[in-house]
Design a protein around this ligand. Structure first.
Ligand code: PLP
Length: 366
């Protein structure tokens, strides 16, 4: 028999991305708190813009010009230094592909976003994984792994799945200690959830230096996960490199129209941020009250909380119990975190019910 084509060895070594589930094991549709989507949905203005989008029979604007102008305006950035992606996932992959290849190293933290591993391997580079500091990003541990083979460093701030956040000083320290020919990718998928006064300074770093790419997404606070829109900003050379290799029509007509309306609806973003901050604070306080049962919520600046289970109630049992109660959350054994559950912040009622469910489960096992 003729030999079939063989994928490259580094492609076969990839563990495919595991998305958050939408249904329980029995197929029952559950309230989905497994993918960090916006429980408030989408801005009404963005929904209205969908009807005004260019006809689906027409290719979209390949340069997303109006959308880049709107993003530039909202963030005080030069639109010429903004590159659009089919979700920020596309840009993370392109960043690795443009700057790393066989024999090169790509660094990220142990409990980081799982796409970094795929992005590194996909272009044949060697992933190098830095140890965490109590689940958070450890700048010194990342820096200790930098070698002359390092081409790209990925960090998410806030980080997924831990929710941890590096303040501005730590981000600046990381950048200052990296060689100038290493690309620092600061993935800000959850940046809009951070209080404005706690801004980590990443956009300013990307504006001022030649080796920083910041990525953002419309999938989280903007409630447009299904439209697949992300953007990145960095030096002209970085934007040019990514533009050369992105899909030529990588943001659809409806996505461009909806994202433009969404980025202009600052009131929706602000109300979603405040809703998240208040609901998360209440949820975390309720979880902290279960500390005697071994539950420990990690501090989070994002729209989810990672809970450690060190008592009689295991993360797996809690995951199953919450599914019984109607909620799908994220149990993370395949990210090396079998003792944890990541729960997206939903509505206030949902989070109160989840906290109650966890309390009932823990108390039953006393
Ligand atoms: C840290 C982080 N970066 C990037 C993404 C990708 O988002 P998208 O491709 O939808 O923009 C996610 C999604 O979960 C994420 O958690």
């Amino acid at each position: 028999m003729a030999n079939p084509p063989t994928p490259k060895s580094w492609i076969s070594a990839i563990h495919a991305y595991v998305p958050g589930k939408s249904a329980g094991a029995d197929g029952r549709v559950l309230i989905k708190l497994s993918a960090n989507e916006n429980p408030l949905g989408t801005s009404a203005k963005a929904l209205a813009a969908r009807a005004e989008a260019a006809a689906p029979s027409r290719y979209p604007d390949p340069d997303s010009k109006a959308l880049r102008a709107a993003i530039g305006q909202a963030h005080g950035l030069d639109p010429a230094r903004i590159v659009m992606g089919t979700g920020s996932d596309e840009l993370l992959n392109l960043a690795a592909q443009a700057y790393a290849g066989l024999g090169d190293e790509v660094i990220y933290v142990r409990y980081g976003f799982s796409v970094y591993d795929i992005a590194a391997r996909r272009c044949g580079a060697t992933p190098v994984v830095a140890p965490d500091a109590d689940y958070g990003t450890d700048v010194d541990a990342l820096l200790a792994l930098v070698s002359d083979k390092t081409r790209v460093v990925f960090i998410a701030n806030p980080n997924n799945p831990t929710g941890s956040f590096l303040p501005k000083g730590e981000i600046a320290r990381l950048h200052a200690a990296l060689p100038s020919d290493v690309l620092l990718v600061i993935d800000q998928a959850y940046a809009e959830y951070v209080a404005p006064q706690d801004d980590d300074g990443a956009l300013a770093l990307a504006e001022a230096h030649d080796n920083v790419l910041v990525t953002r997404t419309f999938s989280k606070i903007y409630g447009l996960a299904g439209e697949r829109v992300g953007w990145g900003t960095g030096a002209a050379g970085i934007v040019d490199a990514l533009n050369r290799i992105r899909g030529p029509f990588n943001v659809t007509n409806s996505a461009q129209a909806m994202a433009e309306a969404a980025v202009n609806d600052r009131a929706f973003v602000e109300s979603a941020r405040l809703h998240n901050a208040e609901t998360r604070a209440r949820f975390v306080a309720e979880l902290e009250a279960l500390g005697n049962h071994g539950l420990r919520p990690l501090p989070s600046e994002a729209n989810f909380v990672l809970i450690l289970f060190a008592g009689k109630l295991s993360a797996e049992a809690a995951y199953n119990g919450l599914a019984e109660r109607g909620y799908i959350t994220r149990w993370l054994p395949n990210q090396g975190l079998p003792q944890t559950l990541r729960i997206t912040i939903g509505t206030a009622e949902q989070m109160a019910d989840i906290a109650l469910g966890l309390r009932e489960m823990a108390e039953q096992l006393k």
